[in-house]
Design a protein around this ligand. Sequence first.
Ligand code: TXA
Ligand code: MG
Length: 326
Amino acid sequence: MNDSQADDNDLDKALALLREGELVGIPTETVYGLAADAANPAAVAQIFALKGRPNDHPVIVHIAGSAQLADWAVDIPAAAYALAEAFWPGPLTLILKRKPGVSDAVTGGQDTVGLRAPAHPLTQKLLQRFGGGLAAPSANQFGHVSPTTAAHVRAEFGDALPLVLDGGPCQIGVESTIVGLTSDQPTLLRPGGVAAVDIEAILGKPLIHHQNTATAQVRVSGLLDSHYAPRTPLLTGSYPALCQALSEYDAQRTALILIGDHNDVPTAGLIRSMPDDADDYAQRLYATLRELDDGHFDTLLLELPPADATWLAVNDRLRRAATARL
Ligand code: TXA
Ligand code: MG
């Protein structure tokens, strides 16, 4: 770890704050989280206040591993243990029936609870020492781009957040995959860091793909239409569509975000070439949107990746981040 990253002293501070019911920014392999003691409803309420998030939205409870599943959930199906065995610690969240006593502040008043064991070594250590669960949504203002560095978290909350544990840039860069296991039909509620096909291979059956209905939007806030969004208008489309649009805008005040290299790229205020590998792209997506949002452009024009399974999580986030599709 380099000098800017958290040490044991910072971990001690984080533990003390969490035990006192305060909030701490924590690194995970997906995005940074805004953490509170999940067993302390007043502490969890502070998360919603700081994020400006409606308090009927459930938050994921982060635990050290599958040994703690039964502290939070009941009627845990064998599939949950099989998925935990295969993918934890890692970017997979399981929705299970909540155990009586798990606070409404965490579940948004639903009878289910979301559980995930994150892989980041610092947060693993924190969770093992903490013993309990940490309620943690992504550490961004409601609806804004998720944070993938400690500096992003500080930019979101400033001094209102007493401590951000710096664990370096997130390795995965998009949020966890969420799988609902509360019925006989395992459901993909949000594509993310673990590929749906890999989950299906463990389950031995296909996942039902979540329909983006009005009810569903209330239950999974990440599925609201405008989410993960930069403040500068973001238009997405094919490369030819972007070139056409560029000719109609003030090119110098427009940033172009492309995949790989193109020939004869038109002049623009800034041209950013993104990786053509989906995992590498995901790792850089949010940091790129934040950086270009700070670049004082009028418009961001972004080339859409292929519509295939490897790009499912990236395309999902781009669809929600975009102001419009060209
Ligand atoms: O990778 C991640 O999942 C990150 C890191 C910090 O772990 N967390 C994250 O949290 O993305 P958040 O709150 O930004 O998104 C969690 C999603 C929300 O859409 C929430 O509605 C859904 O999980 N969720 C949590 N508990 C749920 C439940 N019991 N039923 C249905 N959806 C749930
Ligand atoms: Mg979020």
